[in-house]
Each structure stands twice: as structure tokens, then as C-alpha cells.
Design a binder for this molecule. Structure first.
Ligand SMILES: *Cc1c(COP(=O)(O)O)cnc(C)c1O
Length: 384
């Protein structure tokens, strides 16, 4: 199933595709002459709703555009004003926070806890009379204290947006964590747990917003108006345009890959959790130097990431690179970037994690021996 293996050391992420199943799905599109919106995109949406138990799903060309659409749509729906506030985390990929700014809202940063997700107490301390929403990121697949955050949002009348880019396959109390949010956005980018090449899914709790986002994601076009008015096939060109939208919807080629890969998601994630157990056991005797991220009991994490918190992080990264092991950092504290620098030094735990966190290699091609080698090299660095 996999191509010729070139020895590249131990990489952080390498996606593994069910090549034959992906090609079968793509071939179906090509033979049918339907590679665009519809056909496989609808099939994938149905499969995703069934898999997650979420009531609505619209397939997009990335999670980034999904986050942009989430804020734009909720802002209109709830009548938020420019400059209203969204509480968010500094430890995320910038597309989470850019979505707030692009909707002309203010990103207010709260601090994280030992799960590396937002701390409910810190969120509470940042609420003002202009707060409208919380953007919660399930970092590495961890649900953190999402249930508490959802209760807090409910009690304070705030919208909850879940960036579930890392959370394909994560379960909280056995269910999809998206059930707690007003809108959940998943990523199927090239190295996420359900890899395509680039695509994502936006899942609104409210069916009305799902309908709106289907139009917005295709330049605001509403194909239904005239289809319903009885013209049938003759008036296909006669659609209405309800919004000034972008071109954000996904296509059938990406969806075909998604459908093929979804069949492997639970199995892949189970192996990721196995690797996480190997790492956890391997570092158990070294907890003074190598600290792990807390994953609550009721969270079955997708384990997109396995992260450790260490001193001399940058030296460790260099040492591992010299040994042909290539870890990553998720993420640099976003308040270090110029557009968020107004919030610099407001989240000390996030700032600390930004300087001390390492993501260790985590993908389906790693063997038990590979994981043991990474563990040995990390420990060797601290014993030098
Ligand atoms: C990857 C990622 C995104 C963006 O996903 P794309 O599909 O690449 O647009 C958003 N948030 C987080 C936390 C991510 O890791």
C-alpha cells in the first residue's frame, strides 16, 4: 500500500493513505465526469454526520475558511458589532485567531491549563460586557476542560466555537465533543488525522445556519429558489444570489479521499493512542525533566500530537535533529506575532509552554522500535 520507503529519519508527521481506495474514489469522479461540488462532497457530508452524530456538516476546501465562515455567520445571526470580543487561546495555529480579526472582532487571550487548552477560570476572568463568544481549540485532540467551558458559555450567554482541527475521532464521554458547541470546524489538511490534501468540515448545531453557510461557501449562490419554482432543468442558470460570499466549498476529488480515509480513522487513532502509551511509559521514570500533558479520563483523544514540556527545548530539538529525529512545536504563543502583540505577556502559562513544548513524532508509519528510539534519545539528552 505504501510506496518505496526513502530513509528520511523519523519525521514528525507522515500521512498514510489507503492508496487503492482513494484512487477508486477519484476514478469514479473522473469516469462520471463530476469532480466538483456535489456527488462525493454530499456523500462525505452524510458519512461524517453518521460518524460524528452531529446533525449538520458542510464540506469546505479548508478548516481555515470554515473558521472564517463560522465567525462571519454567527456575527450576522446574533447581531454582534465590530469590535465585540471573542475569548481565545494563544496556543494555536494562527488561522484560529485570524478568523476573529477577519470578522472585525477583537481577540481577547485567556490562559491555558495543564491540558494546554483554555483554562475555564482564565476565560471567566476575561469576560466583559462586550464578550460574545469563546473559541476553544482541542489541542492535539485533547478535550481539556471543554465541558466546564460549555457550561460557562451557557451560563453567560456566550457562543462556543470549537476548532476541532486536531479532533477528528476524539470522543468525550464516548461522544463527539462537537455536540457541546454552536459550531465545530474539522480539518482534513495533509497531515491531520484524517488527511486529504486540503479540506475541512463545518458543523453547525442549527440547521438554519447550515443552510446559510452552504450559500456563503459558494459566493452566496442559492440554487434552490428557481429549482423550487417549477422551472425544472430549463432554469438551472436562473439562480438567486443572496450573499457576497467567497469560493470556500470543497470538491469531489478531496471528498473521495476523505471517504476512503474515514474508514481508517478509528483504527489509526487507536494506534496513535498506543504510541502515546509507549511514550508515557518510556518517560515515566523521568517526570522531573520530561513533563507530560494532562488528558482527562473522560477524553478519548485522537492523539494528533504527543507533547512534552522540557527545559532547554531548543537544544533538545537540535540534538534530536542530529540524530535524524524531527520533532515540532505546537505552537508559538500567538501574542508574539505583531497583530496580537497588544496581548503580549497576558498569558504566562501559554508563554511558558511556547518556550518549552515539543511535539514528538506521531504517525502511522512509526514502529514500536521507532518510538523507543525517540524515547531513548530524549532521555539521553537529559542525562548528558
Ligand atoms: C491545521 C489547523 C487549522 C487549519 O486547518 P486547514 O484545514 O489547514 O485550514 C486550524 N486550526 C488548527 C488548530 C490547526 O491545527
Amino acid at each position: 500500500m505504501q510506496g518505496k520507503e526513502v530513509h528520511l529519519g523519523i519525521q514528525l508527521f507522515v500521512p498514510t493513505f489507503d492508496v487503492e481506495a482513494c484512487l477508486d474514489g477519484i476514478r469514479e469522479c473522473l469516469e462520471k465526469g463530476w469532480t466538483g461540488l456535489g456527488f462525493k462532497t454530499v456523500e462525505f457530508e452524510e458519512a461524517w454526520k453518521k460518524y460524528t452524530g452531529l446533525p449538520h456538516a458542510h464540506f469546505l476546501n479548508s478548516a481555515t475558511v470554515g473558521l472564517n465562515l463560522a465567525f462571519e455567520t454567527l456575527k450576522e445571526k446574533h447581531g454582534w458589532a465590530d469590535g465585540d470580543e471573542v475569548i481565545t487561546t494563544p496556543i494555536t495555529f494562527v488561522s484560529s485567531n485570524h478568523a476573529i480579526l477577519l470578522a472585525k472582532l477583537n481577540a481577547v487571550f485567556a490562559d491555558i491549563d495543564d491540558t494546554l487548552c483554555l483554562d475555564p477560570k482564565s476565560i471567566e476572568s476575561k469576560i466583559t460586557d462586550r464578550t460574545r463568544a469563546v473559541l476553544y481549540v482541542g489541542l492535539g485532540g485533547n478535550t481539556g476542560r471543554l465541558e466546564e467551558v460549555a457550561m460557562l458559555c451557557k451560563a453567560r450567554g456566550l457562543s462556543l466555537i470549537l476548532d476541532a482541527a486536531h479532533m477528528s475521532g476524539t470522543r468525550l464521554n464516548g461522544e463527539n465533543p462537537g455536540k457541546l458547541a454552536e459550531v465545530t470546524v474539522f480539518s482534513y489538511q495533509a497531515v491531520k488525522n484524517l488527511p486529504t490534501a486540503d479540506s475541512g468540515m463545518i458543523c453547525f448545531a442549527d440547521g438554519e445556519l447550515d443552510e446559510i453557510v452552504r450559500k456563503k461557501a459558494w459566493l452566496g449562490i442559492n440554487k434552490d429558489t428557481y429549482a423550487r419554482s417549477g422551472g425544472g432543468g430549463t432554469y438551472k442558470w436562473r439562480y438567486d444570489v443572496e450573499y457576497v460570499g467567497y469560493k470556500d466549498h470543497g470538491n469531489s476529488i478531496m471528498a473521495a479521499i476523505g471517504i476512503a480515509q474515514l474508514k481508517h480513522l478509528d483504527h489509526d487513532n487507536a494506534y496513535r493512542r498506543q504510541m502515546a502509551r509507549w511514550y508515557t511509559e518510556g518517560f515515566a521514570a523521568h517526570s522531573d525533566k520530561i513533563r507530560l500533558v494532562h488528558v482527562p479520563e473522560n477524553c478519548e483523544s485522537s492523539r494528533h500530537l504527543f507533547q512534552i514540556i522540557v527545559d532547554r527545548r531548543d537544544d533538545l530539538m537540535v540534538f534530536l535533529n542530529e540524530n535524524e529525529i524531527y520533532p515540532g512545536v505546537h505552537y508559538v504563543d500567538n501574542t508574539q506575532y505583531r497583530m496580537y502583540s497588544y496581548a503580549a505577556n497576558t498569558c504566562p502559562k501559554a508563554a511558558y509552554v511556547s518556550d518549552h513544548v515539543v511535539s514528538l513524532p506521531m504517525h502511522m508509519r512509526l514502529s514500536f522500535e521507532d518510538v523507543q528510539l525517540v524515547i531513548r534519545k530524549v532521555i539521553e539528552f537529559f542525562e548528558k
